[in-house]
Design a protein around this ligand. Structure first.
Ligand code: NAD
Ligand code: G6P
Ligand code: MN
Length: 441
């Protein structure tokens, strides 16, 4: 069996323990001869590395494990590169959210002006990762990218690095499918869906369980409860309150537009005023994550250093499982079907060829083979075209260093009420992102 060198870019990510747990659990199906963590923040990676070392010791003690901040060491002969960078860390996510909210506009990691700001920070670091791969990695390298905003990263890389072997993915559709499985009383593996849209901007058109279409039954449930599953109260409590709200909010959308089942991210575009009204402008999701997921990782490490004890069972999650399954289908030509981002090129017939769409695709060692979705109705096409135009302008702004195009992108975003508000937010963001953005003239 072929074995691989796998690099995690953003080794210091809060998601690294989950990804490594899933990788090592599948060590007999996805054979690695080296696991390398690469980050530009040595200290953060060393902290998360304490957990990774324990996972390797417990699950695959023979595996060669390397931590590095040196690109040549990381990328040399790499076969798989899992990217999960957060350029600017949570501090800048907090800025993205709070600057938008200051103007009563949705403050969110990947949607609205926050997502656009994050895009301008991430495009060039991602291009650099591709350049390292081209220079040092195995000729048939695959980058499987989670780094957000994945829609913008996907589009920009298609524009500036069109030959890169990169597949952009998102865990939201599969996380929603996991909730659907709970609602329909089956396992995730029994569910098969049809879906179309952009990343964080798409709809499920059919949901089948072992081949039986259960879409209408599911819609009826979601109209009442959103995607909150019918599980006992103590299990529901395990869902973080802000995610529970997000899952619930889908019910407002499907009660208005019941053709399809929406991605949860539509709350930001279709319920913008409601979302802003319910937001604490001084304590946003970035604060929750810093006080929650990030603190938990740091506390786990501190506790281990004190007591020598760590619960290694806790890191198994759908996020890690999804990226590993996607990579295995590419590595071993498994031809499995996943929802991923691909060049449209006719998959959605009445959208531009160069849009990066999220649709079902079969993954082989040659890459993704998307399914044909056909034509989509005007309302959905209109929403997608506006969002696609917004993301396109943002990428062009980054490439051409154009202030005007950045302003066009901010103005085109559905969460932003006017060009004047767009300009105020953009101008504040330029100041906040001085260290990170390409200069806009
Ligand atoms: P995090 O801040 O904990 O981890 C990100 C890591 O990336 C940090 O250790 C940081 O130092 C590192 N980094 C930043 N710039 C880098 C660079 N230029 N080179 C190398 N490393 C760099 O963040 P997190 O919450 O764990 O999220 C990680 C990433 O995964 C984010 O981009 C997040 O948006 C993304 N994410 C995507 C999906 C999806 O559906 N696509 C799902 C979950 C998370
Ligand atoms: C989902 C999305 C990701 C996003 C994450 C944010 O998983 O698919 O793209 O990064 O949610 O979660 P957080 O807990 O950081 O707000
Ligand atoms: Mn996502």
């Amino acid at each position: 069996m072929k074995t691989f060198k796998l690099v995690i870019v953003g080794g210091g990510s809060t998601y690294t323990p989950g990804i490594v747990t899933n990788l090592l659990t599948k060590k007999n199906e996805f054979k690695l001869h080296e696991l390398c963590l690469y980050d530009n923040n040595k200290e953060r990676q060393e902290t998360v590395g304490v957990i990774v070392k324990q996972l390797v010791k417990r699950l695959d003690p023979e595996l060669k494990l390397v931590f590095t901040t040196d690109p040549e060491e990381a990328f040399t002969d790499a076969d798989f590169i899992f990217a999960q960078m957060r350029v600017g860390l949570y501090k800048m996510r907090e800025q993205d959210e709070k600057i938008s909210l200051k103007y009563n506009v949705v403050g969110q990691e990947t949607c609205g002006p926050g997502g656009l700001a994050y895009g301008l920070r991430t495009i060039y670091p991602m291009a650099q990762v591709i350049d390292y791969c081209e220079k040092y990695a195995s000729k048939k390298y695959w980058i499987v990218n989670y780094s957000n905003p994945a829609a913008i990263v996907a589009k920009a890389m298609h524009m500036i690095r069109p030959n890169a072997r990169i597949l952009n993915i998102c865990d939201m559709p599969v996380a929603i499918m996991q909730l659907m499985a709970k609602i329909l009383g089956c396992e995730l593996k029994d569910i098969d869906v049809d879906y179309f849209g952009l990343n964080h901007f798409g709809w499920f058109t059919h949901v089948r369980v072992n081949g039986v279409d259960r879409t209408e039954e599911l819609k009826a449930y979601v109209k009442e409860h959103g995607y909150l599953p019918p599980v006992p109260k103590d299990q529901l409590k395990k869902i973080e309150p802000s995610w529970a709200n997000t899952f619930t909010n889908s019910k407002y959308i499907i009660n208005m537009f019941d053709d399809y089942l929406p991605n949860t991210y539509f709350q930001y575009y279709l319920l913008s005023d409601y979302i802003v009204a319910h937001e604490d402008k001084n304590y946003t999701r970035a604060n929750e994550v810093m006080d929650g997921r990030e603190k938990h990782i740091f506390d786990t490490v501190a506790e281990y250093k004190k007591t020598g004890k760590m619960d290694l069972q806790q890191f198994m999650d759908i996020h890690g499982e999804f990226i590993v399954d996607v990579a295995m289908s590419l590595a071993y030509d498994q031809n499995r079907r996943f929802l991923v981002m691909v060049k449209n090129e006719g998959a959605i017939e009445n959208l531009p060829d160069d849009a990066m769409v999220e649709v079902p695709a079969y993954l082989t060692c040659k890459g993704p083979e998307p399914v044909r979705v056909g034509k989509i109705p005007t309302f959905y096409k209109g929403l997608i075209e506006q969002q696609n135009a917004c993301e396109q302008m943002l990428c062009e702004a980054a490439i051409e260093h154009s202030y005007k195009k950045a302003l066009m992108a901010f103005t085109l975003n559905k969460t932003v009420p006017s060009a004047m508000t767009a300009k105020k937010i953009l101008d504040d963001m330029i100041v906040a992102n001085r260290e990170y953005w390409p200069e806009l003239k």
